[in-house]
Ligand binder design. Sequence first.
Ligand code: PLP
Ligand code: COI
Length: 340
Amino acid sequence: MQEIDWKNLSFGYMKTDYNVRVYYRDGKWGEVEVCSEETIPMHMAATCLHYGQEAFEGLKAYRCPDGKVRVFRVDENAARLQSTCHGIMMPEVPTELFIEMVKKVVRLNERFIPPYESGATLYIRPLLIGTSAQVGVHPSKEYLFLIFVTPVGPYFKGGFSTNPYVIVREYDRSAPLGTGIYKVGGNYAASLKANDIAHQKGYACEFYLDAKEKKYMDECGAANFFGIKDNTYVTPKSTSILPSITNKSLMQLAEDYGMKVERRQIPEDELETFEEAGACGTAAVISPISYIDDLDTGKRYTFSKDGQPGPMSTKLYNHLRNIQYGIEEDKHGWTTVVIE
Ligand code: PLP
Ligand code: COI
């Protein structure tokens, strides 16, 4: 095998040895298959291609200093996929099947799990697609659920270091009663233009305001938002954002510290009052925000004057990572050992 430069991995795709697949036919899931093929033979009229009957998930496997390999809150990813399945009328993938396949694909690709010291991780990507040929707009009868893995480095530049973000008002990622709460590909297609604008202007990522009033913070294209002030962790409550498992975990940790936790609407103006702010997600972990610009109003909200992550973001980041890597006590039972 070609040597992998673990320390300089980007958040990209690299071929690994195996993926795992299971087909839904005649109203039931079949047997799990191990596959070394990277492509999917598919009918050109498959519902995933035409009508976006597609969902995915994202989680990571961590090679820990104690030699074990752990995954983080895998049951939560299974539950969120089930919620997405309800949202776009696909059959649920049972939690046991989801977890069995995650374990299998990680074990089969053990040689691609980055060493602890590298800071890189093995990204696990479950994918569920409607495969029946159909021209009318209806749910598919047959589905393919597969999971592949790929070693990844940081999603945002520098990993745990501050980056500038930007509110882009000309685009909405999702509608208030749309699919924003589900992890479907269409949300990401809808984010590509705003994301391109943000990148072209030198920002790490775009932020969306709520689509109806254009007044409240929603989230980024691929991560939730949180702000810290007065010993309080504040994060948006919205019907158009993805319920982030990382955010849910950070809320719990903040509560464990005795901080107040508020999940509520955050008017854009309130950004002025935050001492720290960050984007959070599996890929982003915590990406501390230096400032957020609003392109239309010309306003800049600054959270880091010296370019350094704030103390609470740092504490949360270190604590979360230490739980994921089996270094600190996992008192909420969030991790699962996949390789002893
Ligand atoms: N928001 C969006 C739009 C995402 O794509 C992700 C990534 O999964 C998140 C938030 C963060 O969610 P999680 O912490 O479960 O990875
Ligand atoms: C994740 O954080 O797992 C994501 O899915 C974000 C992005 C790569 C879509």
